[in-house]
Design a protein around this ligand. Structure first.
Ligand code: ADP
Ligand code: MG
Length: 238
């Protein structure tokens, strides 16, 4: 059964429509990557799913229930951003535990959860540090920890690796996939990087100018691009 359904999802800013009716079903624990050039509407689409941007048309369903009108906190989604958005005055452990603030857990249980996530992300030695004492890759791991500790039904990523250097970016792709294998969550991942999309996705969604051009497994998209845009963007022969 589809866990996350975008049914004709549309967004207008004032008079200008920028997302023109996106239809997409993401299966439980599937890793779907939304890829397309800058300005095509990826972030706007993701932000509508997160509840950070009002939906102006269509319906959004999570676990079969319409959630259009729910606030971000009521949707059971967690989002990881490009700029990490960590709290500088909190330690790594406190930043991760922040993800649990809505769940009123006893301290011991909360600490155990933070330890488990830190182990999963291999950042246990960093728990007492502040964000400024971390590298970019370490900060991104903490941001993922804060999101995944909530055990969300849907995990959203918006260009999480674009602030990292090329070598670290390749390493973090593998880390995110390893995390997904260890703790599977229904995932919608946004990037403008074709290689990232093709190497990470169960299914790739190619977006252009507010519309979906093609959806499919990476190899199928590579071999059978349906439009010239897809062929040129993915870099496969048309
Ligand atoms: P992407 O993430 O694919 O780069 P965005 O979703 O950020 O694209 O933007 C899609 C389009 O919507 C762009 O033309 C952008 O200028 C426009 N847009 C995004 N946010 C706003 C906003 N708050 N107000 C007006 N236009 C916006
Ligand atoms: Mg964007």
């Amino acid at each position: 059964m589809a866990d996350l359904v975008l049914d004709g999802l549309t967004k207008s800013f004032g008079e200008t429509e920028v997302v023109h009716g996106i239809d997409l079903s993401v299966a439980e624990n599937e890793f779907v990557v939304l890829v397309g050039p800058s300005g095509c509407g990826k972030s706007t689409t993701l932000r509508m799913v997160a509840g950070l941007e009002a939906i102006t048309g269509g319906e959004l369903r999570i676990g079969g229930r319409r959630v259009n009108e729910r606030s971000p906190g009521e949707r059971d989604v967690a989002m990881v951003f490009q700029n990490y958005a960590l709290y500088p005055h909190l330690t790594v452990a406190q930043n991760i535990a922040f993800g649990l603030r809505r769940k009123r857990l006893p301290r011991a249980e909360r600490n155990a959860a933070v330890q488990e996530i830190a182990r999963l992300l291999q950042i246990e030695p960093l728990l007492d540090r502040r964000p400024r004492a971390l590298s970019g890759g370490q900060r991104q791991r903490v941001a993922m920890g804060r999101a995944i500790i909530r055990d969300p039904q849907v995990f959203l990523f918006d260009e999480p690796l674009s602030n990292l250097d090329a070598r670290l970016r390749v390493q973090m792709r593998l880390e995110i996939k390893r995390l997904h294998a260890a703790k599977p969550v229904t995932t919608l991942y946004v990037t403008h990087d074709q290689t990232e999309a093709m190497t990470m996705a169960d299914r790739v969604v190619v977006m252009n100018a507010g519309r979906i051009e093609q959806v499919g497994p990476p190899l199928e998209i590579y071999r059978n691009p349906r439009t010239r845009f897809v062929a040129e963007f993915i870099g496969a022969p048309a």
